[in-house]
Write a protein that binds this ligand. Structure first.
Ligand SMILES: Nc1ncnc2c1ncn2[C@@H]1O[C@H](COP(=O)(O)OP(=O)(O)OP(=O)(O)O)[C@@H](O)[C@H]1O
Ligand SMILES: [Mg+2]
Length: 295
């Protein structure tokens, strides 16, 4: 039984002519313990997909089952609880609160859970030790390096012992050494049983995953299982074509990757949808704003 199961999930933003189809009937099953790398050009729907899986947003259409439970049937309180207890988020833009020290930042999710101060600070300290920041507990976030902040963010994501870690470009702002440390941490968490979903523009990082999912125009266009430690064929090809020098190269590479995708009918990969196709898609869906209020 998959821990995450999406069936024909669509997400539309806006109304009428200004409608954007951010996700277009996505089907995706993820088993507990998988490490999935999600790739795709800018605007292809990766963050939207993560936000829906992470219960930060709701689909406009389709079903999402988390551990075989229909998410749309959860009451707001149950939904917030599921998000808090089962999912840990690590974002690209570092998101520690600037006025709290590192220890308090990491302990913060436990405040909402009603855990007593001594217990929550002990737990936060243990996690900071785990990510190698035991000597930075009492620092303010502005006194940490980018890599250290991201490690603290991972510690905070883990404080509720979530089953699922969602990392949206966790190494986007980091140099290669700090990226390596963050990736090793995610990898270790995966080895100890966490399901990890990671969005990345860097094909090299797919080597940590055991599955690579490629998105384009709100759809999953390729889904490939890979051996851990190996870079999937498609990502490898992109790396050869576009050796990595900068973040821009990654984005160019991901776009090029879409062109390389094998098509069932032998034609080239689908490009940006035609205006007509987009319109058709708009008509097909009934637009409804469903942004969550309980975040
Ligand atoms: N709140 C919103 N309101 C309107 N449109 C949105 C909103 N959020 C996302 N979109 C649109 O949905 C599409 C998918 O966006 P999303 O952020 O999921 O892309 P992405 O693959 O994460 O891109 P990137 O690699 O740049 O982070 C884009 O066209 C975007 O403009
Ligand atoms: Mg994004």
């Amino acid at each position: 039984m998959p821990i995450i199961s999406l069936k024909d999930v669509s997400k539309l933003y806006g109304f009428g002519d200004a409608t954007t189809v951010a996700l277009d009937e996505v089907n995706l099953d993820i088993e507990a313990g998988e490490f999935v790398a999600v790739m795709g050009p800018s605007g292809s729907g990766k963050t939207t997909l993560m936000n829906i899986i992470g219960l930060l947003d709701r689909p406009t259409h389709g079903q999402y089952k988390l551990s075989n439970r229909a998410v749309e049937k959860l009451r707001p309180g149950q939904r917030a609880k599921a998000r808090r207890d089962r999912i840990g988020f690590v974002f690209q833009s570092f998101n520690l609160l600037p006025k709290l020290n590192v220890l308090d930042n990491v302990a913060l999710p436990l405040v909402y859970r009603g855990v007593r101060p001594v217990k929550r600070l002990k737990r936060a300290a243990d996690l900071l030790e785990r990510v190698g920041l035991e000597d930075r507990q009492y620092f303010m976030p502005n006194a940490l390096s980018g890599g250290q902040i991201q490690r603290a963010a991972i510690a905070r994501a883990l404080v509720n012992d979530p089953q699922i870690i969602i990392a949206d470009e966790p190494t986007g702002n980091l140099d290669s050494i700090s990226s390596l440390v963050v990736m090793e941490l995610l990898s270790e968490l995966n080895k100890t049983g966490n399901t990890v979903l990671m969005v990345t523009h860097n094909p090299e990082l797919t080597r940590y995953a055991d599955r690579a999912v490629y998105m384009h125009d709100g759809a999953i266009v390729h889904d490939q299982k890979t051996a851990k430690g190996q870079i999937p064929q498609l990502a490898k090809k992109t790396m050869q074509l576009f050796p990595r020098r900068s973040e821009e190269d990654d984005l160019a590479g991901v776009s090029a990757m879409m062109e390389l995708l094998p098509q069932k009918d032998g034609s080239k990969a689908k490009k940006t949808k035609s205006k007509k196709a987009k319109k058709k898609s708009r008509v097909k869906h009934k637009v409804k704003s469903t942004k969550d209020k309980d975040v």
